[in-house]
Design a protein around this ligand. Structure first.
Ligand SMILES: *[C@@H]1O[C@H](CO)[C@@H](O)[C@H](O)[C@H]1NC(C)=O
Ligand SMILES: *[C@@H]1O[C@H](CO)[C@@H](O)[C@H](O)[C@H]1NC(C)=O
Length: 194
C-alpha cells in the first residue's frame, strides 16, 4: 500500500507511533503531559526540550486529534530555543484525543509530538488554574480543524535568522538572557496574535 493512499489521520498516527524512536534526539515535549486536562477559555504553556546541535532552529506547531482528520495550525516558524509558547484555547470541540505536532510543515518532517491530552468545554471549578509563562509569546487558537486555514501566528523571519544565537545557547544564563532578548523583540509588535 502506498503511503499516499492512507487516510491523513492514519499517517499522522503512524508518525506519532514511530516518533518516540525517530524524534527522540530532537524534541521532548514536557507540557502538555499525558492525559492533561486543558480547557477552552484558558491559556496554557506548551513547553519542550531539544537537542542543542540538532539543527532545528525553528518549527511549526499544529494541533491534531487521533480520531479526526484535520489539523489546527497554531504557529509557524517558532524559534525552538524559546522553549515555551503559551496557547490560549477558544471554542475548540471538547475531546480527549488531542495532541500537538512539532514539525516543518513545508517538507513534513516531524520533530516531536506531545502526549495525548484533553480540551474541556470549560475549566472545572476545582481545577488548578494554568500558569502561562508571562515572558513568552501567547497564541490564541479558536474553532475546529481546517486544513486550509493559515497558521494562527507566524513568527517573524528575524526570529529564525538571529544568526549565531543557537551557537551560543547552552541552556545557561546566556541562553536564557538571549531568549529574553528575542522574546522582547517578538513582543515588540512585529507579529500579531490574531
Ligand atoms: C522547513 O524546511 C524548509 C526547507 O528546508 C526551510 O526553508 C524552512 O525554513 C523550514 N521551516 C521551518 C519552520 O523551520
Ligand atoms: C473535581 O470534581 C470532580 C467532580 O466533582 C471530581 O471527579 C474530580 O476528581 C475533582 N478534581 C480535583 C482536582 O479535585
Amino acid at each position: 500500500m502506498s503511503p499516499s493512499i492512507l487516510p491523513y489521520h492514519l499517517r499522522v498516527l503512524l508518525a506519532a507511533l514511530i516518533l518516540p524512536l525517530a524524534a527522540h534526539a530532537y524534541f521532548q515535549v514536557s507540557s502538555p503531559a499525558k492525559g492533561a486536562q486543558w480547557a477552552n477559555g484558558q491559556t496554557y504553556p506548551v513547553t519542550w526540550e531539544k537537542g542543542l546541535l540538532d539543527g532545528v532552529d525553528t518549527f511549526d506547531l499544529e494541533l491534531s486529534r487521533m480520531s479526526t482528520d484535520g489539523l489546527i495550525f497554531i504557529a509557524k516558524d517558532v524559534p525552538s530555543t524559546i522553549k515555551t509558547v503559551n496557547v490560549a484555547f477558544q471554542s475548540l470541540p471538547a475531546a480527549d484525543d488531542y495532541f500537538l505536532l512539532f514539525l516543518n510543515s513545508t517538507h513534513g518532517v516531524v520533530y516531536g509530538n506531545s502526549q495525548q491530552f484533553s480540551i474541556l468545554q470549560s475549566i472545572p471549578s476545582n481545577a488548578t488554574a494554568p500558569q502561562p509563562d508571562a515572558n513568552q509569546p501567547t497564541v490564541t487558537v479558536s474553532g475546529g480543524p481546517n486544513p486550509t486555514a493559515a497558521f494562527v501566528t507566524t513568527f517573524p523571519p528575524s526570529a529564525n535568522g538571529a544568526a549565531g544565537w543557537e551557537a551560543v545557547s547552552g541552556w545557561g544564563p546566556h541562553a536564557l538572557a538571549l531568549a529574553g532578548v528575542v522574546t522582547a523583540a517578538l513582543s515588540g509588535g512585529a507579529w500579531a496574535v490574531l
